[in-house]
Write a protein that binds this ligand. Structure first.
Ligand code: NAD
Length: 356
C-alpha cells in the first residue's frame, strides 16, 4: 500500500515526521513517498499543488497531510497561495466526506472551557459534507434586488442546493461510521425553514432503511448547536451539510480545548482519503520543536482504519497516545502543572515506545 506524505509548511514537517516514525515501526510494508505542497510546493515548483505532488496523491491509497500556509506567501495572488493546495486536493480527489472526531481524553479535561463533568470522556464524530451546499451552489453573486422593500438596490445572493446522490453518499458514509461506533446517528438539518434540508431529511430517512441497526434522530441545527455545549456526550455520530458542518465541527473541536489533539479525514466514494490534523501550520511556533504531533499521529490512525483497512493498527496507535497522556507527558499547548513538558520529537518517541 502506498501512502503519499505531504508535510507542507510551518510545523507540518515536524509533526508529520513523528507520524511517519510511528507508521514505520508498525511492522507493515507500507511504501511512503514524500512530496512538497503548499508554500513548500511553490518554493520548489512555482505552484502550491505541483503536478507531481497531485499525481502522487492520485496514485496513492491514502494521503497523510501536515498543514499549509506561511506569512511569507501572504502577498502572492490567491491562486498561488499555499491554502489553495488543500482546496485543490479535495476537488481533484473527490473528497466529499469530512470526518472530524472530537475526543477529550479524561487526562485533558482541564483544557476545555466547559466543566470537566460535561466534557470528560467526550467521544463524538462529526461528518460534514464537503463539496456541495451553499458554498458551491450556482448562481451566486451580487445583482439588483428584484422585489420587496429593497427592490432596485444591490443584493448579495448564494444558492443552497443538494443533489439526491450527494445526500445519499454522505448518508452511507455516516451510517457506516455509526455502525463501527455506538450505532447512533444524528442528522442535523433546518428542514423547518429550508427546502434543501427537508429534501436532505427525506433522503437520509430513505437511506436509513439499509441500516436498521443504527438509531437515527433528526435535529435542527440551532438546537444541535445548543446541545453541543449543553450535553455534548449525548451524541455519537453527527452528519450534516457543508455550511452547518463547518460551524458545528469547529464548535465541537473547541469543546476539547486542545487544537493539537484533533485529527481529521476527508474521504472519497471508495474510502480513499486525505488525513490531516484539524489545526493549521502554526507559523508562530514552527521550527521551535514544541508543536504537538498527536493530532497528526491520530490522523495516521484514522488513515489505517478508514483507508488501509488496518483497524487493529489504528487501535494500537490510539492506545499508545492514551498511554503517553496517562504517563503525564504533555507538549506546551496541553501542559498543566504537575505534568511533564516534552517537545515534538520526545512526544513522537514516547508514542513509538508505548506501542504494544
Ligand atoms: P493554526 O491552527 O495554525 O494556529 C492557531 C494557534 O494554535 C496558534 O497559536 C498555533 O501556535 C496553535 N497550534 C496549532 N497547531 C498546534 C500544534 N500542533 N501544537 C501546538 N500549538 C498549535 O491557525 P492560524 O494561526 O489561523 O493559521 C496559520 C496558517 O495555517 C495560516 O496560513 C492558515 O491559512 C493555515 N491553515 C492551514 C490549514 C490546513 O493546512 N488545512 C488549516 C487552517 C489554517
Amino acid at each position: 500500500m502506498k501512502i503519499a506524505i505531504l508535510p507542507g509548511d510551518g510545523i507540518g514537517p515536524e509533526i508529520v515526521a513523528q507520524a511517519v516514525k510511528v507508521l514505520n515501526v508498525l511492522g507493515e510494508s507500507f511504501e511512503l513517498e514524500t512530496a512538497p505542497v503548499g508554500g513548500a510546493g511553490y518554493a520548489a515548483h512555482g505552484h502550491p499543488l505541483p503536478e507531481a505532488t497531485l499525481a502522487l496523491a492520485k496514485a496513492a491509497d491514502a494521503v497523510l497531510f501536515g498543514a499549509v500556509g506561511d506569512y511569507q506567501y501572504d502577498n502572492l495572488e490567491r491562486s498561488l497561495r499555499p491554502e489553495q493546495a488543500i482546496l485543490g486536493l479535495r476537488k481533484q480527489l473527490g473528497l466529499f466526506a469530512n470526518l472530524r472526531p472530537a475526543i477529550l481524553y479524561p487526562e485533558l479535561a482541564g483544557a476545555s472551557t466547559l466543566k470537566p463533568e460535561v466534557v470528560s470522556g467526550l467521544d463524538i464524530l462529526i461528518i460534514r459534507e464537503l463539496t456541495g451546499d451553499i458554498y458551491f451552489g450556482q448562481p451566486r453573486g451580487v445583482r439588483e434586488c428584484p422585489d420587496g422593500p429593497f427592490k432596485g438596490q444591490r443584493e448579495g445572493f448564494d444558492t443552497m442546493r443538494y443533489a439526491e446522490g450527494e445526500i445519499r453518499r454522505i448518508a452511507h458514509v455516516a451510517f457506516q461510521a455509526a455502525q463501527k461506533r455506538d450505532k447512533r446517528l444524528t442528522s442535523v438539518d433546518k428542514a423547518n425553514v429550508l427546502e434543501t434540508f427537508q429534501f436532505w431529511k427525506d433522503i437520509v430517512i430513505d437511506v436509513h432503511k439499509e441500516y436498521p441497526d443504527v438509531a437515527l434522530e433528526h435535529m435542527y441545527v440551532d438546537n444541535a448547536a445548543m446541545q453541543l455545549v449543553r450535553a455534548p456526550k449525548k451524541f455519537d455520530v453527527i452528519v450534516t451539510g457543508n455550511m452547518f458542518g463547518d460551524i458545528l465541527s469547529d464548535a465541537a473541536a473547541m469543546l476539547t480545548g486542545s487544537i493539537g489533539m484533533l485529527p481529521s479525514a476527508s474521504l472519497d466514494a471508495n474510502n480513499k482519503g486525505l488525513y490531516e490534523p484539524s489545526h493549521g501550520s502554526a507559523p508562530d511556533i514552527a521550527g521551535k520543536g514544541i508543536a504537538n504531533p498527536l493530532a497528526t499521529i491520530l490522523s495516521a490512525a484514522m488513515m489505517l482504519r478508514f483507508s488501509l483497512n488496518k483497524p487493529e493498527q489504528a487501535d494500537r496507535i490510539e492506545n499508545a497516545v492514551k498511554a503517553v497522556l496517562a504517563q503525564g507527558l504533555r507538549t506546551a499547548d496541553i501542559y498543566e502543572a504537575g505534568t511533564t513538558k516534552v517537545g515534538t520529537e520526545e512526544m513522537g518517541n514516547a508514542v513509538v515506545k508505548a506501542l504494544v
